[in-house]
Design a binder for this molecule. Structure first.
Ligand code: ATP
Ligand code: MG
Length: 160
């Protein structure tokens, strides 16, 4: 199924709207972003999970940035925040089921969100990685393959 990241982002932002009131979410989307092959509902679920983490683990007034960048064979979605952050040594563990860092434990959660996200992204032949942000916070990077870029472009033109 072909899906439009731009549409998906609209749904995702509406879904986190109530939680995000005290956060500033900056969205930067490459205007040439083609349609991608994937399950819209599942990709939506991944972005809601990752963005909800950025909101939950950041203080009021904090800034969150969501960038969509296109490359010849992949699409990158980067969500960065300035919240409590992770340490480099945790960047793989946070995708394990039930893993929660010490500094996150005063906030509610089960430690399942990112494990689910990883399963969904890998089912789309993509990758999801985490790294500490500088000077503070977390960066989550999702990469999805663009195998049929040309077809995706044609699809978009037909819809317009
Ligand atoms: P839930 O199952 O409700 O999502 P959770 O948020 O604890 O619970 P995950 O989303 O899987 O679980 O995240 C796992 C852990 O990774 C978190 O408990 C937290 O320690 C860390 N983490 C994830 N995202 C961030 C972030 N944006 N900033 C800081 N820590 C994060
Ligand atoms: Mg979570």
């Amino acid at each position: 199924e072909w899906c439009d990241i731009q549409d998906i982002l609209g749904v995702v932002l509406a879904q986190v709207k109530e939680d995000q009131l005290q956060r500033k979410i900056h969205v930067e989307i490459d205007p040439d972003t083609p349609f991608i092959q994937g399950d819209e509902i599942l990709i939506e679920q991944v972005l809601v999970n990752v963005l909800s983490n950025s909101i939950k683990y950041s203080p009021d007034g904090s800034e969150i940035r969501l960038q969509v960048q296109c490359f010849p064979s992949k699409l990158s979605i980067i969500i960065s925040d300035q919240g409590i952050g992770i340490i480099a040594a945790e960047s793989e563990q946070i995708f394990d089921k039930f893993y929660r860092s010490h500094r996150a434990q005063h906030l509610p959660g089960t430690g399942l969100g990112l494990a689910i996200c990883k399963g969904i992204i890998e089912a789309h032949e993509g990758t999801i990685t985490a790294e500490p942000n500088r000077p503070q916070g977390t960066i989550i990077r999702i990469e999805l393959p663009l195998k049929e870029l040309e077809e995706g472009k044609i699809e978009r033109e037909e819809e317009m």
